[in-house]
Design a protein around this ligand. Sequence first.
Ligand code: ADP
Ligand code: ASP
Ligand code: MG
Length: 408
Amino acid sequence: MLIVQKYGGSSVADAGKIMNVAKKITDAYGQGRKLVVVLSAQGDTTDELYAKAREISRDASRRELDALVTTGELQSAALMAIAVHKLGYPAISLNASQAGINATSAYGSARIKKIDPERIAGELERNNIVIVAGFQGINKYGDMTALGRGASDTTAVALAAVLNADCCEIYTDVDGVYTADPRVVKNARRIPSISFDEMLELASLGAQVLHNRAVEMAKRYRVKLVVRSSMTDGEGTLVCSGEGRDKTVEKTFVSGLAVDKSIARIALVGLIDRPGIAYQIFALLAKEKISVDIILQSIGREETKDISFTVAKNDLEKTLEALEAGRDKIGFGSISHDDNIAKLSVVGAGMASNPGVAAKMFEALYDCGVNISMISTSEIKISVLIDAKDADRAANAVHDKFMVEMEG
Ligand code: ADP
Ligand code: ASP
Ligand code: MG
């Protein structure tokens, strides 16, 4: 039996925690399992490395930034191998190059292109516990690329897919996927099993417990994915295809709630009301590879219109620069932005057939006096844009309103 296990940053934050994980790994190995272990950088190491670079320059080369931030995972992997050796078991740590993880050259958000598993397979054959640095790949120039924040999950699922592992276990600081972030929403409950589609929506809408690309890949390659705590024993959450879920799936139309505070809103006021304006704006942003999320167009004064939209907070400066550069061509009166906002979303596969969901969400927000500035819906989710300062309060209120449905 081959298992891929992934441990997140808080699970390997210090020497004691590393020994705790080493113990878990060697227990599984002792039961006759073949093990590939993917690790994140310790604690807040990745943030600290980004901060160190910023101290020197706010305009660091993306290649060098990746060279820097991927060192966090290298440390964890080597330290874990040392810990496993101390317990008397065989282990070897591998970086992305040694593990054959080939990725694109999009520094900071590279994608895994192909994994050559020969080295890992050979080490498993030699009965080693194979410890792989997460979050990194090697591009065509042989340079280290970072796969994006939270992407060690994706490394783990990709390895599980390529190695045909029996299971991919994600160990973190909560004991499974909850109906909402349990650190924010006090009545959040653990979900025993959740479909790939719902998990993908939750992850993409801000539930950081799993990286969205990891869920996408697990769905595509049918990887059995389980989320558990690295500190306590428990069943955790099984992420599986819809059919694999228990019978409550028909009854529950809202499965969870997510909050994303890493977004910003931009408003263009006084646009000329003629065909092609929206095209010009969004083509300009697409050219800069800026992803746009919620878009709202409204009628302005004197034959003009206004367009507001959201982008990732990290893209705010780039977006403003691109729009300013295109000001003459597009023609707008003024531009404003706000990055003290949050997107609150409810997700559920049964939502499309239950017309009351939006009303119920808006009622909960009204009851706690939270103003909505934008709304966006799809078959499986409803998102609203609110002030960041209201986000936690609103999340609790909306969650409580749907609690009965979430209980199934
Ligand atoms: P790791 O370092 O192990 O990768 P992360 O910090 O990336 O851990 O993800 C775990 C965190 O995700 C939890 O501590 C929790 O606060 C947050 N979280 C957000 N939404 C959810 C959710 N729906 N269920 C569980 N945890 C969630
Ligand atoms: N260490 C990386 C990050 O903080 C990757 C990960 O934790 O998954 O984003
Ligand atoms: Mg994570």
